[in-house]
Design a protein around this ligand. Structure first.
Ligand SMILES: Cc1cc2nc3c(=O)[nH]c(=O)nc-3n(C[C@H](O)[C@H](O)[C@H](O)COP(=O)(O)O)c2cc1C
Length: 275
């Protein structure tokens, strides 16, 4: 017994798999009984990734924060084949035409639940979610993105030109929202800006979110301009009212797609250098 993990001696087969799998090499086998024990000061270095619990075939390993009984078993029969996975990843599309019908909270919660399994640097799991459900609020925020674009066109014309901002403003003025595109929901990923890997964590989590949305018959699309305004335009950041020290690191439109896609469009050939 130690303050990091507990081993069930009746289940442990002394195979050392947990020792090999620990990314920080915090586990060793006891000389006498060959049961896993933590190295000195292991609890200070453990970042709770749970690989020790997840890799043990016998459920013998319990981290003090993670009981194997609480960790869902991997049902290999449900895993997609390589062909199915490739089709899934290539058939997803950025959806820009939505039904007005809202998505219920249970379904939105499910896709966010999947997104929390996205990898994060040092397993920090810094991503927080803001779900904007109200169409009026989405329109108000899109209007603030347009205000930011107008500001950029005036003050930073070169950047504005490279981002084609005049076109978005003209469309908005003609009653066409190219910022949130009529999506009934916008989901914002935010995290403490002091965390160096926060941007990557949110980007990867949003990528998972988009795929999870597709798997549930929903449509999603990166709201790139929304995210840019949220991190560069103080009135937009103020309107989002995120917790102190947090920054928006990306946003996604979500809703039911109006149309289905029947073919996979062509993409550039992979540019690979082999060494
Ligand atoms: C970081 C990022 C920002 C994006 N921002 C927007 C956006 O603001 N509005 C939009 O309609 N699409 C946006 N997109 C979607 C891209 O245009 C889209 O991924 C690309 O055209 C390829 O189409 P596909 O996703 O259907 O394969 C963004 C994509 C990424 C990765």
């Amino acid at each position: 017994m130690n303050n990091l993990f507990e081993i069930d001696p009746n289940k442990c087969k002394h195979d050392g798999i947990c020792v090999a799998a620990c990314p920080s090499k915090l586990i060793t086998l006891n000389e006498e009984d060959k049961l896993p024990i933590p190295i000195d000061r292991a609890e200070k270095q453990c970042f709770n990734c749970g690989h020790c619990v997840a890799v043990c075939p016998y459920g013998a390993f319990t981290l003090n924060t993670m009981d194997p009984e609480e960790c869902a078993p991997v049902n290999k029969k449900l895993l997609p084949t390589a062909d199915q996975a490739k089709l899934f990843l290539t058939a997803r599309r950025s959806i820009r035409t939505y039904k007005t019908q809202p998505v219920d909270r249970a379904t939105l919660s499910e896709i966010i639940d999947t997104a929390r399994y996205a990898p994060t640097g040092h397993n920090l799991q810094p991503v927080n979610w803001l779900v904007i459900e109200d169409a009026g609020e989405i329109s108000r925020l899109a209007g603030l993105v347009i205000d930011w674009m107008r500001y950029m066109i005036k003050e930073q014309p070169d950047i504005a030109k490279s981002m084609h901002l005049k076109r978005f403003v003209a469309d908005w003025d003609n009653g066409d929202d190219k910022i949130c595109r009529g999506a009934p929901h916008v989901i914002v990923a935010h995290a403490p800006k002091a965390i160096a890997s926060a941007q990557s964590a949110c980007t990867i989590a949003l990528t998972y979110l988009e795929l999870a949305a597709f798997s549930k018959g929903l449509g999603a699309c990166w709201a790139g301009y929304f995210g840019a305004a949220a991190s560069h335009y103080p009135p937009m950041a103020e309107a989002l009212n995120l917790p102190d020290g947090h920054q928006c690191f990306g946003a996604m439109m979500v809703g039911y797609p109006q149309y289905r896609y029947h073919r996979i469009p062509l993409r550039k050939k992979a540019a690979i250098t082999w060494r």
